[in-house]
Design a protein around this ligand. Structure first.
Ligand SMILES: [Fe+2]
Length: 385
C-alpha cells in the first residue's frame, strides 16, 4: 500500500476536524442547544401539564417532545403563551400544523413583503396551518391563564441536509406562488371532497380541504370507517398547497380497534377520551399506556398499535401525518393484510385485558361476539348495529 504523504496526512487531519456527520444528528444538536426540556419516550400523559422551560429568544415557555416514534422525521413542540401576552413575530420556512391544547387567542400572519396581515381567532381544540415562508405571531387573549399550543412540522428531516437553523428561521427566500393568506378564503371553513383512493375497498376517501378547523373535539363531519373497528368514523384533512395532512378517528365507548402498523412519525393527540393503547414490534414485548384528553403518543416505525376505549363516551384521536413517502402503507393488497391483525387472529391477551380494564370500572365490552369468530363478519357502523 502506498505511503500517505505528509501533505495528505495534514489534509485528512483537517477533514476529520471539520467532519460533522456524527450522532446526535443536527436537529438533536440544535434542540439540545436551546436549553429547554426535551421529553422522550413513547408517550406524554398530559400536554396540559408537561414540564416546559423558558426560551428567551421566543419569549415563552416551551418544550420539545422527541418521541421514539418520530424517528428524526417530525418535530413536536409545545409552546405556552403567557396570560395576555403576544409572542415576537417568527418567520419559518416550513409548513407547520398547530393544535390548541389549552386557551384562547389570535394568530396574526403575513407573507413575505406583505404590508397587510391576517388575524384569526382560535380556541381550545382548534387546528390550523401556518404556511411556509410566512411570519406569524401568537396572542393569548385571556388575561388570567396561559395558552398552550402543540406544533408539528418536518424540521428534523430537513435539518439533516442543511443544519444551519438560520436557513429555516431567517431565510430571505420568497417562494413564488405562496398562498395569499390575507384574502377572505385562506382560513375560511374547510371544503369536503371525495377523492378516488384505490387502497380503500369502497374506492373513495372523504377528505376535508382547509387550513382552519375550529374545534376538533366537536367536529362532526365524519365518514364511516369500519375496516378497522366497530362504529369507527373518521375525517381526513388535507391542507391545500401543503404536503401536511392529518386525520381524526372517532370510535365508540367500550369498543376497540384492530391492531395495525405503518411508517413512523404519525403523532397522535387525544382531543377527548378515556382509554389506552398497546404498541409492539412484531414478536417483541408489548408496551401498554393509558390516554385521556391531551395525551400524545407516536407509534414507532412498523410497530403494531391498537387503541382501546374504556370510557363511557366516544373517544377521538387526531393524527398528524409525516410526508407521504414515510407513511409506509403497503401498495399491494396481500402486503396490507400483513399490516392489520383481524380480531379472530389477535393474541387472546388483547381481548382479556380489554375486558379486565372495563370490569375495573364496572363496565362490559360492546364488541359483538361475532368479531372474534367470523373473519368475514361485516363490522357494523354502531356497536348495537
Ligand atoms: Fe396507526
Amino acid at each position: 500500500m502506498a505511503q500517505t504523504s505528509a501533505a495528505d496526512q495534514a489534509l485528512i487531519k483537517d477533514i476529520a476536524s471539520s467532519y460533522v456527520r456524527s450522532r446526535p444528528w443536527p436537529y438533536r444538536r440544535w434542540i439540545e442547544s436551546i436549553g429547554i426540556p426535551i421529553h422522550r419516550g413513547y408517550y406524554i400523559e398530559d400536554l396540559r401539564t408537561v414540564e416546559l422551560g423558558w426560551w428567551a429568544e421566543r419569549e415563552c415557555n416551551a418544550a420539545f417532545l422527541e418521541m421514539a416514534g418520530s424517528e428524526g422525521i417530525s418535530e413536536t413542540r409545545v409552546t405556552e403563551v403567557g396570560p395576555g401576552k403576544t409572542l415576537p413575530p417568527l418567520k419559518f420556512a416550513l409548513d407547520e400544523v398547530v393544535y390548541v391544547v389549552e386557551g384562547r387567542g389570535l394568530t396574526s400572519i403575513w407573507g413575505p413583503g406583505e404590508t397587510e396581515s391576517k388575524t384569526f381567532e382560535w380556541q381550545k381544540f382548534s387546528m390550523f396551518l401556518i404556511p411556509r415562508g410566512h411570519t406569524h405571531q401568537f396572542t393569548n387573549t385571556q388575561g388570567d391563564k396561559p395558552a398552550r399550543l402543540l406544533h408539528y412540522n418536518c424540521l428534523p428531516l430537513v435539518m439533516a441536509t442543511v443544519a444551519d437553523p438560520a436557513f429555516y428561521f431567517d431565510s430571505a427566500h420568497e417562494e413564488p406562488g405562496l398562498p395569499n393568506v390575507v384574502g377572505e378564503d385562506f382560513y375560511s371553513p374547510a371544503i369536503a371532497a371525495q377523492i378516488p383512493d384505490p387502497k380503500l375497498a369502497w374506492g373513495v376517501r372523504d377528505l376535508w380541504f382547509g387550513n382552519f378547523f375550529p374545534d376538533m373535539r366537536a367536529w362532526d363531519k365524519l365518514a364511516a370507517m369500519t375496516m378497522r373497528g366497530v362504529g369507527t368514523r373518521a375525517v381526513y384533512v388535507q391542507f391545500p398547497g401543503s404536503e401536511m395532512a392529518a386525520h381524526m378517528s372517532v370510535f365508540p365507548a367500550r369498543t376497540y380497534k384492530k391492531a395495525h402498523r405503518h411508517g413512523p412519525a404519525f403523532v397522535i393527540v387525544i382531543p377527548t377520551g378515556d382509554g389506552y393503547s398497546i404498541m409492539w414490534e412484531e414478536g417483541k414485548e408489548k408496551v401498554v399506556f393509558p390516554w385521556k384528553e391531551s395525551s400524545l403518543f407516536v407509534p414507532p416505525n412498523r410497530w403494531f398499535h391498537q387503541h382501546f376505549n374504556v370510557g363511557e363516551s366516544s373517544a377521538r384521536y387526531l393524527a398528524f401525518h409525516p410526508p407521504v413517502q414515510f407513511e409506509g402503507w403497503a401498495e399491494k393488497v396481500e402486503d396490507r393484510v400483513k399490516d392489520q391483525i383481524e380480531f379472530p387472529d389477535e393474541d387472546p391477551f388483547v381481548r382479556q385485558k380489554f375486558e379486565e380494564e372495563l370490569a375495573k370500572k364496572g363496565l362490559t365490552s360492546l364488541m359483538p361476539e361475532q368479531v372474534y369468530t367470523d373473519k368475514d363478519y361485516q363490522l357494523p357502523e354502531s356497536p348495537g348495529g
